[in-house]
Ligand binder design. Sequence first.
Ligand code: ADP
Length: 169
Amino acid sequence: MSEKKSRTALYPGTFDPITNGHIDIIKRASALFDTVIVGVAHNRQKQPLFSVSERMEMIRHCIEDIDNAVVDQFGGLLVDYAVEKNVNAVIRGLRAVSDFEYEMQMALVNRKLNDSLVTVFMMPHENYSYLNSSIVRELAIYGGKIDFFVPKYVKHKLLEKLQSNESTG
Ligand code: ADP
């Protein structure tokens, strides 16, 4: 039998900041693939709260127990980065039906650009199916409890960032 090829998945996103929903998906993907690259996108359309390096640092901290997951960043087209890294599959999380339309469009466009790139959709635990980074940021701004949504470390970084933004006006 021929030697088994190593399988690499790319989980791209903004991760502003990483939440327990993202971590849930990373864990599921890491059980299926040899390597999971969590790719922080330089997103021109969004004005992120955290810089790319801050987001990467938080992700690195949150995935340190997952041996086959690594973090990286990319600009430009996802398909170009995927080819550069020999990625076999792009992982996307599907929370609710509302995610479907956008995700299907992205997956089909990416497939049009590169036919060999497969998009794999994964469902998080139902506890996280209503969760996204912007809700977490909003809650944090107004003093809501976010302990259930993000790891302690991320909560700490979020509160620290909001405080420093407040003091700089
Ligand atoms: P984007 O800017 O691409 O929406 P995000 O960082 O918000 O990036 O999300 C990256 C991926 O993670 C997307 O596929 C998104 O659907 C998924 N995702 C976000 N939050 C959750 C969650 N709570 N559970 C599962 N998947 C999620």
